[in-house]
Design a protein around this ligand. Structure first.
Ligand SMILES: *[C@@H]1O[C@H](CO)[C@@H](O)[C@H](O)[C@H]1NC(C)=O
Ligand SMILES: *[C@@H]1O[C@H](CO)[C@@H](O)[C@H](O)[C@H]1NC(C)=O
Ligand SMILES: *[C@@H]1O[C@H](CO)[C@@H](O)[C@H](O)[C@H]1NC(C)=O
Ligand SMILES: *[C@@H]1O[C@H](CO)[C@@H](O)[C@H](O)[C@H]1NC(C)=O
Ligand SMILES: *[C@@H]1O[C@H](CO)[C@@H](O)[C@H](O)[C@H]1NC(C)=O
Ligand SMILES: *[C@@H]1O[C@H](CO)[C@@H](O)[C@H](O)[C@H]1NC(C)=O
Ligand SMILES: *[C@@H]1O[C@H](CO)[C@@H](O)[C@H](O)[C@H]1NC(C)=O
Ligand SMILES: *[C@@H]1O[C@H](CO)[C@@H](O)[C@H](O)[C@H]1NC(C)=O
Length: 441
């Protein structure tokens, strides 16, 4: 905190205002993001000091947004969840299994309706390890994909509570009948954990990487239409290293899968750059995107939004070290050119100049990275913030006016870095002229 006399009070006020109306989720790993309309939701995850986390929060991408200092809003508190799988079906987020507040694994299905934020916890939970009625046994690190047309969610793999690979059966959950189906096929592959699953338009699910898969070229493929498994060895152009705890994102043109982050199979080190699988040639290629390279995470989230992939959270290191991220990093993938960008979204077409954002916009003038980058979560602080949200609704306006008055008196001192002073490399989207692309997981 700066101590230069009269600036301390306005700075405190501005940070306080930001604190009251925004949410500081803190660094974490083993969570998923879910894009519904313009809101990018995050649920829980894992943090070394607290264990499982149960907060649901979001970034509203229709509001002014700056990825170097994103504004999170708290939606609600639910049961702690980490290492689960998550898909979006219409306006619902479907979350399955994972760890609760402890390391032990569960197999409950949680369906969250975004329209009214109704959380259906009536879905049956089965703590036993057997697969009766097709309900999968408890597990974690099992990815899921959704076939929205058939209303079917598929899961495969993961790890059970003994630390062994889960059964390698392919499960699907029918969102129309709310029933599970288990599919054990003769040539099903050995399971994986901390791998990824990507459904491509021809109905195949491509499984990539994982802790027990020593070569990223080894792809397991399940064909949802033919109901059969196959294995494919992709071609590696250069040294594309094996990894786990990465993300895999289908590009909006359906031509490739972009893999980011994760830990290297041999060294347990986070992998920088991106690896791209061309779905026509099945060739893997490494790319180093242009722009400022962010520190590479693992067990992070990825969501596609327009021609951007929004990566968030994750761990920087391995195991139980407390170095968890809350950074939001954005990769521009337009025209198959890869570039790290600081994305700035504006709310109205008239506000072409970031400087023209309303003084009511609490982001203007706050110190970048002060609240929500790279800091481990502090549950006491979180509690205070939640409390403040409840008790301070009526004071926000008053504080905002005071804050703005004091801030504007000090504004020309340039003591805070504001949007206008950021280097070039910002990409500005005029929200009203663009369509939102649905979550392509
Ligand atoms: C979510 O809730 C809304 C309002 O009750 C309802 O109209 C909608 O159909 C629900 N979504 C699903 C997928 O059931
Ligand atoms: C909650 O989920 C169960 C399936 O486990 C379903 O049968 C039930 O209709 C759902 N309840 C609501 C209100 O959507
Ligand atoms: C859970 O497991 C028990 C014991 O294996 C079984 O009797 C029960 O039917 C299972 N419940 C579901 C919903 O699969
Ligand atoms: C390939 O990359 C991995 C991980 O970065 C590294 O350990 C290995 O030495 C590299 N192999 C070659 C042949 O460069
Ligand atoms: C990509 O695939 C999806 C799902 O099959 C389809 O809706 C979309 O139109 C495809 N996009 C392009 C550019 O072909
Ligand atoms: C990598 O991490 C895994 C899981 O924590 C561990 O079993 C393995 O020994 C580690 N390998 C190395 C080379 O550190
Ligand atoms: C956490 O990881 C980041 C990214 O690798 C690194 O810059 C930073 O020094 C690490 N911090 C600690 C305390 O290890
Ligand atoms: C700030 O907010 C007030 C109250 O909502 C509104 O009347 C005013 O027009 C806003 N100022 C700007 C510059 O948008």
């Amino acid at each position: 905190m700066r101590s230069s006399g009269k600036l301390v009070v306005p700075l405190l006020l501005i940070l306080l205002i930001k604190c009251i109306i925004c949410y500081n989720p803190g660094g974490r790993r083993e969570l998923q993001s879910a894009l519904i309309s313009n809101k990018l939701y995050f649920y829980g995850g894992w943090d070394y000091s607290s264990g499982g986390l149960g907060d649901i929060f979001y970034i509203d991408l229709s509001q002014p947004f700056d990825s170097s200092n994103p504004t999170f809003q708290l939606q609600s508190m639910q049961a702690p969840k980490a290492a689960y799988s998550s898909v979006v079906y219409k306006d619902e987020i479907i979350i399955f299994a994972g760890s609760g507040d402890k390391i032990g694994m569960v197999n409950d299905l949680v369906i969250i309706n975004e329209t009214n934020f109704f959380v259906n916890t009536t879905t049956t939970k089965n703590s036993s390890n057997s697969n009766i009625n097709g309900w999968p046994a408890p597990r974690r690190w099992h990815p899921a994909v959704i076939d929205s047309i058939k209303a079917k969610m598929y899961i495969w793999g993961g790890e059970d509570s003994s630390g062994s690979l889960s059964d390698a059966a392919l499960y699907n959950f029918d969102l129309l009948t709310y029933s599970w189906n288990v599919n054990t096929l003769p040539n099903q592959p050995v399971g994986r954990r901390q791998h990824t699953a990507t459904l491509i338009p021809d109905g195949k699910i491509i499984f990539i990487g994982g802790m027990n898969t020593p070569d990223i070229a080894q792809l397991d493929i399940y064909d949802t239409i033919a109901n059969q498994w196959s294995q494919k060895i992709a071609i590696k152009s250069g040294n594309v290293s094996a990894r786990y705890g990465h993300t895999a994102t289908l590009t909006p043109n359906n031509q490739s899968i972009i893999v980011y982050g994760g830990l290297s199979y041999n060294l347990n080190q986070s992998i920088g750059g991106i690896a791209v699988l061309d779905l026509t040639t099945y060739i893997w290629t490494n790319y180093t995107p242009s722009g400022d390279q962010p520190a590479s995470p693992n067990l992070h989230t990825a969501a596609i939004y327009k021609n951007y992939i929004i990566f968030a959270f994750g761990a920087y290191g391995i195991g139980s070290n407390n170095n968890y991220s809350s950074a939001v990093n954005i990769l521009d993938i337009s025209n198959n050119k890869y570039k790290w960008v600081n994305l700035v979204l504006l709310d109205t077409p008239s506000k072409q100049n970031p400087e023209a954002t309303s003084p009511n916009n609490t982001k203007t003038g706050t110190s970048p990275n002060s609240m929500n980058t790279g800091t481990p979560p502090n549950s006491l602080n979180t509690g205070i913030v939640v409390g403040l949200i409840i008790v301070s609704v009526f004071s926000v306006g008053f504080l905002a006016i005071i804050g703005y008055l004091i801030y504007s008196r000090n504004k020309d001192k340039h003591d805070f870095e504001s949007l206008e002073s950021k280097e070039s490399g910002n990409e500005v989207i005029d929200e009203s002229n663009n369509e939102v692309i649905d979550n392509g997981k």
